[in-house]
Write a protein that binds this ligand. Sequence first.
Ligand code: ASP
Length: 438
Amino acid sequence: MKWYKKLHWQIIIGLILGLIWGLLSSAIGLQEFTSDFIRPFGDIFVTMLKLIAIPLVLASLVVGISSLNDMTKLSRMGGKTIGIYMVTTTLAIIIGLSVVNVMQPGKTLPLETRVSLMESYSDAVGDRDEAAREVLDRSPLAFIVDIVPENFFEAASDNANMLQVVFIAILLGIGIVKIPIQKGEPLINVFDALNEVIIKIVDLIMKTAPYGVFALMAVVIIDLAGDDLGQAVNLLQALGWYTIAVVIGLFLHVSIVYFSLFKIFSKMRLRDFLKAIQPAILLGFSTSSSVATLPVTMERVEKNLGVEEEVSSFVLPVGATINMDGTSLYQAVAAVFIAQALGMDLTIAQQLTIVLTATLASIGAAGVPGAGIIMLVIVLQAIQVPVEGIALILGVDRILDMIRTAVNITGDAAVAVAVAHTEGKLGALHFDEEDAVE
Ligand code: ASP
């Protein structure tokens, strides 16, 4: 098959063309055209992915759980998943802190840039601050209470309720296992068929991914450039060291932590792993949303990495909601960067506080664009750095969101492989040659 017919190449081509179109339209004043006539296609693409996320999680998890004949397996798998998620998140923060303390990007930010950034983004900071305050005002165990829904339809009506849907699916699956097999079987067949249908729909949606990604990229660029492309370039330059620090941290995290995870828990090579889930990574990058990417992550992890459904259907939806290595690493770098730029030296105790709060803040962040920066407010408050400092980094946040989301997704998939291996549920690697887009 010709290389350019493969899906991941088509997505990369869409991404690059979208970038070029975005730059071109910002330079020649076609932003309005792009916004009016190209943006909707990106929106439709993301909305379609979101549309199938809840039914897919429900169907595949019910099928997965009901195939477990031994329920102790479920609690073992749950414990392992949460345990590995916590460890990788903590390591991500430690890597982020190490990079930002060595590079000290905040100390290189010129005073006049600092003042002008604080002025231009002060309104936007207020919105984030308010959103974070709503989270902080809640009781400490509210997040556990929130997992238990009082109404099935309400739970299924909002993608932000992913954990509630996981809860319902587990209950249903357990219920099915506990009744006589002849009674439970028709229900399993329904969910099984639904699952197959949705996986087919994911395939169909992915055929439009190159176009969707084109539109998403073009829009990111025009939004970023605003009315003045030159100003956006200046901003990127001013925040260059900060951006590089986050990117280096993320790169180190993937190459050290996931590499080690595979060394310990499976014999998979990091390169093969990344190749197998490439379309999911690219989609995470262009949508900036772990939840929107979830259907594709699940498909790739099952089909290409050989993770059995009973593992992937639990590990991945939970991961899309609570496991965000990229986000936690970024929060650590951002918090220290802001402190440095404001001339504050953080003590060891404050840096340890970052480890704790960034773990919680990344768990609390939703898998949607821009969630990480809202939860950053919580980290800043805990170390007594003024939240207004967020203004310093808002301008480049969208770009970093794309990269950290790609890492978040990679982390979920890596843990799925590790858990599957230890449970004896990891099949052979498989690269999809049939992924052609005709
Ligand atoms: N956009 C990220 C995600 O969906 C969350 C964040 O803002 O860091 O995984």
